[in-house]
Design a protein around this ligand. Structure first.
Ligand code: GLU
Length: 298
């Protein structure tokens, strides 16, 4: 029997809010209801977005909500060597090219990356060397394939890679990109099951394409409904002003999160302790009760 290994992988860009608590609780319950492990990885690969104190604040909120992770916390900032090795493996397969397109230039033609630099053969040859020229990013050549997978919440998914476009593995500022880091870390930590917000659904085919190219196990995915604002339909996030969760109201927060996840609540749930409530929720976790569509809040 393979062990179920789930994880929560917040970026330390601000405190935990109700949207990120939803992902934390769902991934925790899913792992624990399979007698699995639940790992915590701080996704700080983008050092420029890291907010001082956010990591400690996230960990503190998780603890206050009884969401105790297994093992030690993983930090992406410790893993550059791993990402570099994977990049070189892809370069050897000639699946990487240097790209000098600026964001401003790409913004003029919204949509998938148009393949501008890929079409210049010389950039492929250059990319066979590990050095990254200044002001160039490194992109993965997706090719023409189709990625099919069964999302455990959303059901059958199918994406044409050509329509998603070649994506960045290493940025112009030489930081490794999220898409590469997440795939390498999930594999390194033997993660079997990812439960996360539906804002990342369109990243999943890219991540599966990387797993295939690097001959890594293909992870199981479940994408949770996003919490959106009633007035403008925007996703609740740090950028749209989501409030930090109140750690002194952990039981109420957990009750609200469980109902947002479509789960039943025990009688007199508010009177239980955090641990009693979580134990009950683990025993009664049913992923098929989770909504496929966004949750709207005032
Ligand atoms: N670090 C990402 C975030 O905070 C989550 C990545 C993932 O779960 O794959 O949105």
């Amino acid at each position: 029997m393979t062990t179920h290994i789930g994880r929560f992988a917040p970026s330390p860009t601000g405190p935990l809010h109700s949207g990120s608590l939803l992902a934390a609780v769902a991934s925790y319950l899913d792992a624990k209801s399979h007698q699995g492990q639940w790992l915590l990885r701080i996704e700080d690969v983008d050092r420029l977005r890291t907010v001082k104190g956010a990591r400690d604040s996230i960990c503190h909120s998780l603890e206050q909500h009884g969401l105790n992770w297994d093992g030690v916390i993983e930090y992406q900032t410790d893993n550059d060597d791993r990402y570099q090795a994977a990049l070189e493996q892809l370069q050897q397969q000639q699946r990487v090219f240097f790209c000098s397109c600026t964001r401003t230039a790409l913004r003029q033609n919204p949509g998938p990356y148009p393949g501008t630099c890929r079409k210049e053969k010389s950039s492929h040859y250059l990319a066979a060397t590990p050095q990254q020229p200044a002001s160039h990013s490194l992109r993965f050549e997706c090719g023409e394939g189709r990625i099919d997978f069964t999302d455990r919440i959303l059901g059958q998914q199918s994406f044409e890679l050509a329509q998603l476009g070649d994506f960045i593995l290493r940025r112009r500022d030489s930081l490794f990109a999220y898409q590469l880091a997440v795939v390498i870390d999930d594999a390194q930590q033997s993660v079997t099951s990812v439960v996360r917000g539906a804002d990342l659904l369109s990243s999943t085919p890219w991540q599966i394409a990387l797993q295939q190219a690097l001959d890594l196990p293909i992870v199981d995915y479940a994408h949770l409904p996003l919490i959106t604002h009633a007035d403008n339909g925007q996703k609740l996030s740090k950028q749209t002003g989501a409030q930090a969760i109140d750690n002194t109201a952990a039981v109420s927060n957990l009750c609200l999160t469980l109902s947002q996840l479509g789960q039943q609540l025990p009688e007199q749930a508010q009177r239980l302790s955090v641990n009693q409530l979580l134990e009950w929720a683990i025993d009664h976790w049913q992923i098929n009760r989770v909504s496929k569509t966004a949750l709207i809040v005032d």
